[in-house]
Design a protein around this ligand. Structure first.
Ligand SMILES: NC(=O)c1ccc[n+]([C@@H]2O[C@H](COP(=O)([O-])OP(=O)(O)OC[C@H]3O[C@@H](n4cnc5c(N)ncnc54)[C@H](OP(=O)(O)O)[C@@H]3O)[C@@H](O)[C@H]2O)c1
Length: 255
């Protein structure tokens, strides 16, 4: 029984924003555990290249371009998954945007709308699109990639924090309303992870030192370090976990 705990054979997972960074690593980990993974982002060539890399390792990978801020593309992503893989079991709402670091008073409504569209409406809509299939098969698993910013905002990241806090609320509501259909929803809250997304934080030596001063483990995470939580939450290892936040932050929140 124990060696089946993290097994994802027979499962089909959609991972948004999986051409690089955390999404790519979670997709890779899930594929290694036996899942069929549908890689997705806005960049066709990056996806094609990555899918070929996965296939080279005999992993079951598919790819579909999808901008998570476009409702029609989210619908097509689900249709593509059902057509090619025959089912869907896991959705990882990972894609997000943070185009500008600024104070709340400098954030205009255009930026507000753009961020909500991608960071909140995207996960909300994609989850609602898969819901009827999850309900019909009496099982489903949603993993929302939030952030420590969702519970402890940093200066200059106010809008992003609002988005990530709302994503935690979405996770809890999904768990509450859909638990009766055996659908689980959990959030992963990474701290600072070395990816393109957070480059401004770690590329500047002064800023990076400042950040690391607040991290008990005294280092920034690599995206590979999110693999474990990804497969834990996607698998039976977490079968009684729902509506929760799983933090991987090197201790940042207790500092
Ligand atoms: N890095 C950190 O320190 C950190 C910390 C806490 C939480 N997070 C969260 O972790 C998640 C992944 O971030 P990351 O650090 O792995 O970033 P990343 O390396 O920059 O990767 C972001 C991914 O999302 C895709 N993407 C961006 N906008 C998209 C859109 N509108 N529609 C579809 N795909 C889109 C990108 O691909 P294309 O450009 O090809 O579309 C890429 O695959 C995000 O939700 C982020 O908020 C990151």
């Amino acid at each position: 029984m124990l060696n089946k705990l993290f097994d994802l054979n027979g499962k089909v997972a959609i991972i948004t924003g999986s051409s690089k960074g955390i999404g790519q690593n979670i997709a890779y980990a899930m594929a290694k555990q036996g899942a069929k993974v549908v890689l997705s982002s806005r960049n066709h060539d990056a996806l094609d290249h990555l899918r070929q890399q996965f296939e080279h390792e005999s992993l079951l990978a598919y790819s579909k371009v999808c901008h998570v801020g476009v409702e029609e593309e989210l619908k097509e992503l689900v249709e593509y998954t059902l057509d090619t893989c025959g089912r869907v079991d896991i959705v990882v709402n990972n894609a997000a945007t943070n185009p500008k670091y600024c104070s709340l008073e400098d954030a205009d409504l255009g930026l507000f709308d753009k961020m909500i569209q991608v960071n909140l409406k995207g996960p909300f809509t994609l989850s609602n699109f898969v819901f009827p299939y999850f309900k019909a098969q009496n099982s489903g698993n949603i993993i929302n990639i939030s952030s420590v910013e969702g519970i402890k905002p940093s200066k200059g990241l106010g809008l992003y924090s609002i988005n990530k806090a709302a994503l935690i609320a979405l996770t809890r509501s999904q768990a509450l309303e859909w638990g009766k259909y055996n659908i689980r929803s959990n959030a992963i809250l990474p701290g600072l992870v070395k990816t393109k997304f957070s480059e401004v934080m770690w590329n500047d030596a002064k800023l990076a030192t400042q950040w690391m001063g607040n991290i008990p483990l005294k280092r920034i995470a690599t995206p590979e370090e999110l693999m474990g939580l990804g497969i834990f939450l996607a698998s039976d290892a977490s079968s009684y976990c729902t509506g929760q936040c799983f933090v991987a932050d090197g201790g940042y929140l207790v500092s």
